[in-house]
Design a protein around this ligand. Sequence first.
Ligand code: FAD
Length: 581
Amino acid sequence: MSVGISLQAMHAQCMTSSTPRTDVVSLIQHPRSQVLVIGGGINGAATFRELALQGVDVTLIERGDYISGSSAASSHMIHGGIRYLENGEFRLVREAVQERNRLLKTAPHYVKPLQTTIPIFSLFSGIAAAPLRFLTHKQSSTTERGALLIKVGLALYDSFSRDGGSVPRHEFHGRRKSLAHQPALNPDLKYTATYYDAVMVHPERLGLDVLLDGVAAGGRAANYVEAVGAVDGGVLVRDLVTGDEFVLSADVVVNTSGPWTDLTNGALGAPTTFMGGTKGSHIVVDNPELLAATKGRELFLENADGRVVLVCPIKGRVLIGTTDVDADPRDPMIETDEDTDYFFKLVSRVFPGVALDRSQIVFTYAGIRPLPRHDDEAPGFVSRDYRIEKSNFGGSPLLSLVGGKWTTFRALGEHMTNDVLAILKRARTASTTTLSIGGGVGFPTTEPTRNDWIQSHAVGVSRSRVAELLTRYGTRATEFIAAIIEGNDVALRTAPNYTTTELDHLVRTESVVHLIDVLLRRTDLAFIGAVTGPMIDELATIVGGSLGWTSEQCAAEIVATREILTTMHGQAFTEQAAVAG
Ligand SMILES: Cc1cc2nc3c(=O)[nH]c(=O)nc-3n(C[C@H](O)[C@H](O)[C@H](O)COP(=O)(O)OP(=O)(O)OC[C@H]3O[C@@H](n4cnc5c(N)ncnc54)[C@H](O)[C@@H]3O)c2cc1C
């Protein structure tokens, strides 16, 4: 039966008033839980999932959208962090490569293997200072890393990383072979080193899958709800959509608010000084020449001052980042012209023949790393490992996460959960080490199994559409296919790869609150630079129809979305109804 979700019907719905959020209603109806997690970045989501899977009664609140803080600012790498070896962070590197290898199996819909190449311009640089860094974790005035240092690091990385032989060893090539494979590289280079890591093709969707697993296991979560204070041993929270306040209490409070951990503890009346974040920026460029020059590999480029920039081909664009400077988490994080100059300079040193132009930048973003307080230590050399600090809040234990990368989110969730279970005196009942995440369950990873999957699901929906949904949502595509078969599906005028029913299903099932959530996080439309003025209008009508916005709300969402995209993400979208998707 068709439910007939046409654009006209949605527009009519958009004129009605909005309905209460069921996620928030559920929180109000259950003001007490065993565990309250504050912060819905990847580490909060991972902790929430892990606790819910143990049958713990857990609630999570996030003051923005899920995966919109640090977790939305990453370089998209799932990596062991070869660079951390020279800081002596062996525990972290070992855990990170283990987690990388696991994620390639448990989340193959969003985590893909990626070859990484380091162009090397000298044999010896950095060698003299390396032992100093190794032993003291202090930055010296050293220059870039030379071939010998990189070779030693990669041999060590291989020893941690090979997953019983399934991950190939690194390769080291001289100038001639390196240029034969990547002719656009600077001919002055002496060697290239190539090793294997992994890339997240859509971190925000991966994080959402982690969170939705937790909800499916019985956890309660709501976005746009902020912890703002303490009342009688409970946490005072505010629904940022309505302004309503209510109190949530728990036997254990977990603070996973990333770079804002101290600020959250301060708001709870339990001040701490754990954090010392650093800012990092990225740009996304639409430059086919640069894309071709990468040959599908990530390039790990080193500046003369030892800082590292990544150049990564992704979704037909090239992601370039990042910077590393001390920052205040209260400030807005915006990529600057100076950052762009720095990126362009480094890329043109490595690919001197590739012309880069500011007009090719289709998206920019910046964020703050949740690093530990580091006083005089230089940002690039601050420990990337995490720790869990224990204190008290209103008579209940308060566990605060300090640090924590994307790559290690599952392991962190496991450690945090072990600490919580010990406090609750409960035994662990489930393991996540090999448990597939969201649309990674049963995801076909070879060409023949992918073709079979598409063939068997292309009933009432075209094969090409099934293929697209499988790429976008993993095997959660089945939900979307069912909705599309039920609905009156119409391709979007401004983004024909998306359809009305698909977006309606996404909005209704993925806690969308604002239009910007769809453009920045549920889809990659902003990331690839596809957004146009008419697209914002068309999407507002569809999202507003699904959420029951009034026409005034639709108009306000359009204004807010334009403002965020231009001021925070360097977008200068056309007002033409150019199609993209
Ligand atoms: C530039 C950059 C590049 C990076 N690249 C990589 C990479 O390639 N690979 C990798 O593994 N890691 C990378 N990282 C690190 C990684 O992104 C972060 O360490 C990780 O995402 C932290 O996740 P989190 O959940 O701890 O914090 P966050 O994602 O910041 O989540 C914390 C959440 O808490 C919420 N919050 C704050 N206060 C409150 C409150 N009072 N009430 C409710 N909610 C609140 C915030 O809104 C936020 O969403 C990078 C980080 C940066 C900044």
